[in-house]
Structure formats: structure tokens, C-alpha cells
Design a protein around this ligand. Sequence first.
Ligand code: GDP
Ligand code: MG
Length: 192
Amino acid sequence: MSESYDFLFKFLVIGNAGTGKSCLLHQFIEKRFKDESNHTIGVEFGSKIISVVNKMVKLQIWDTAGQERFSRETYNALTTWLSDARMLASQNIVIILCGNKKDLDADREVTFLEASRFAQENELMFLETSALTGENVEEAFVQCARKILNKIESGELDPERMGSGIQYGDAALRQLRSPRRAQPEGGQECSC
Ligand code: GDP
Ligand code: MG
């Protein structure tokens, strides 16, 4: 029942309406499909503590709502979503592109290859997911969290910088700060 964690990461789920953002969040948190499609009003919120590498990370996930319709348009709108995200959040944010509704393969309008290329060109991670079957949903969040942890370890992301979207949890604060700067200050060190 402990709420103790090493880091808190803020996640934002963005994309056109109807793409399955709320269902992805629900599947990740509850491990089941949210079948009644009540539209998200404003933002919904979920949080979960996961273990990544050997750290406990609390993901604080914000779901967003929009009015657009869905089809291939949802893919065409990616560039706008990306520039908004990079402009309004940090330049260094970690982004994973989820091609959702993988289970509806017969209705596919964007090939895996096309989306993979887009992801590569725009420096995004990419996974095809299904909020219905649960395929790759956990993986999407975990891969993203793992990349953020790597960036913290390499110094590209600093949890102490305001607006970075990441914070130390109390478990990390009890230890020394990041390993890079782990000069023994008070001699107290814990390797848990
Ligand atoms: P949002 O507007 O992006 O939050 O989209 P919702 O999560 O409300 O989902 C929109 C519709 O797509 C709903 O009818 C969901 O039941 C459906 N949906 C969401 N994810 C999937 C999926 O992975 N597979 C299938 N087949 N339907 C999905
Ligand atoms: Mg929604």
C-alpha cells in the first residue's frame, strides 16, 4: 500500500477524438476495456506506480478531449499535435506514437511501415496498440517511462527543472540525488 516512489512522470495523452485515448488510459490503469464510449469531458486523470528497471515510477496521466472525427485524418493531424506538444511542453519531452485499434486490421488506413517512418523522422517511439485486447498498452507506457529514466540518467532531463514534467519522489529524495552527482555529501548512501 506504500505510496513511495523514486520518480513522478507526467504523461499527456493527446490525439484526435475517437482514436481511443480514454480507452488506452483505462486499459493501462484497470487492465480492461472501457466499453461504454462516454466522451471525455475536459480532462480525465489516472495514476499508477510501475516498476521500471529498478526504480518505482509513478505515472500521472492526463487524458484530453477534442471534437474531431476519426479516420486517416487522425494520422494527418499528427504533425499539429507534435508541434503543439513540443512547443507547450519541454523540447526534450519523450513522445511515443501509438497507432491504436490494432485489432481492426481490416479497416487499416495507415500501414505499419508508413507510421514507423513518420515516427523515425520525428524522433518518436512507435507502437501499434489495442485498447480493446490490451496488446502493447502496458508496453507503450513502460517503454516511454524507461526512455525518460535513461534521459534522467544521462542528464538530458533534470527532475529539478521546473516544468520538466518529472519530479523526484520521496523514495529518491531519501537517497542521494542522481547517480551522476552522487558525490557523498553527508556520507549517507543507500543502494536500494
Ligand atoms: P478518445 O476520444 O480518443 O478518448 O477515444 P475513446 O477512448 O473514447 O474511444 C473511441 C471509440 O473507439 C470508442 O467507441 C471505443 O470503444 C473505441 N476503441 C478505443 N480503442 C479501441 C481499440 O483498441 N480497438 C477497437 N476496436 N475499438 C477501440
Ligand atoms: Mg476521450
